[in-house]
Design a protein around this ligand. Sequence first.
Ligand code: UGA
Length: 433
Amino acid sequence: MRISVIGCGYLGAVHAAAMASIGHEVVGIDVDERKVAALSAGRAPFFEPGLPEILAEGIASGRLTFTTDMAAASGARVHFVGVGTPQQKDGYAADLTYVNAAIDALLPHLSPGDVVAGKSTVPVGTAASLAPRVEATGATLVWNPEFLREGFAVQDTIDPDRLVVGVAGGEDAAGVLREVYAPAVAGGTPFIVTDLATAELVKVAANAFLATKISFINAMAEIAEVTGADVTQLADAIGHDVRIGRRFLGAGIGFGGGCLPKDIRAFSARAEELGRGESVAFLREVDEINLRRRDRAVQLVVDGLGGQVYEKRITVLGAAFKPHSDDIRDSPALDVAVRLHGLGARVTVTDPEALANAARVHPQLTYVHDRDEALTGADAVVLVTEWDEYRRQLSPSHAATLAAGRVVVDGRNALDPAAWRAAGWTYFGMGRP
Ligand code: UGA
């Protein structure tokens, strides 16, 4: 099928390449000329495992192209819209500027029978408000939210755990998307057809639930901290209950990234607009618990270094908001580094992929690519992104030969406390004795 993908960021670039890899003829369209040039040359503009391979394959096959020219959308049967919906500068609500601009730019290139499939995460009610403009061209608007995780985006797009399509009228348009996703559907992926509002809500509800789950365990970490309990054992124990499940019960410095934080805030703002602010008032608490964990990590470093960090050399392991990503949007890891720097510490940050992005936004920190070089001379070591390079491949005895001090703060509860203590370190975890 001929497909256009409007917006070639984390979501759109992966979606375009993945659609080409399952056999469609795809054009990715973005206003950013540099991004389009990179993608056209087969270079992923961000780190995402597996993306360079499917980009190269798609371009070589001739099925995948990128352009800044919206006219290239004409002739496609399905137009996916995957532009960003960031948090507004002066509030919690989502900024829909890019969605509106993308739809307006697309309208002149639509033909009767086309399907416009929104993928961006939008406040409930957005699709219904956009539909009349799309329908005036004879095309149909559906909402097809995206559940991909950065770091696993290619796999999540080609083989998702569910497909959700919200439609306004009959199921015809949903049938077209069933064709688009034929390999996944044939492989047994549940294909759920809903109305537009439900599809929009499924997405924000899923992210709100995940954020709540993380903040729940971090709230338990706070209680563990004043009682001497161990939140990781608690999570293991309650996680055995299949109704609860162990995943997303990783206590630590909390969630960040381009999705969970802004999505729960936009959900709160939208619920207020709908007169139902109280229904999701708990999301404010979820946000606050999450942000408190960064304070806690900073406090542990201060305590570990005897009450002040001024002029102390602190090595921060990780800058990305999570492993397998170079994304530093709302990264708790980088926030902890910046706060320590603000307290006068000499902070060195290392990360396998995210240093260039981090340096652009926080040039005041020192960045060192080589992990061991970064550790050399450190008075304290702080793990904030659980890359395998730090959690599995860094032996505490080796780290001890490099660092000057023996204080380690494990902001992700990713290290083995017994092993680090045995190598002479004073270990501090999050919600662990
Ligand atoms: C999230 C959702 O998981 C995806 O399903 C969704 O499609 C995506 O947002 C989106 O809206 O586009 P992502 O932002 O890639 O995906 O990252 P997650 O894997 O959800 O992690 C989010 C944050 O939570 C990270 O900072 C991670 O370190 C943190 N986290 C995760 C914890 O602190 N503890 C955990 O147990 C799990």
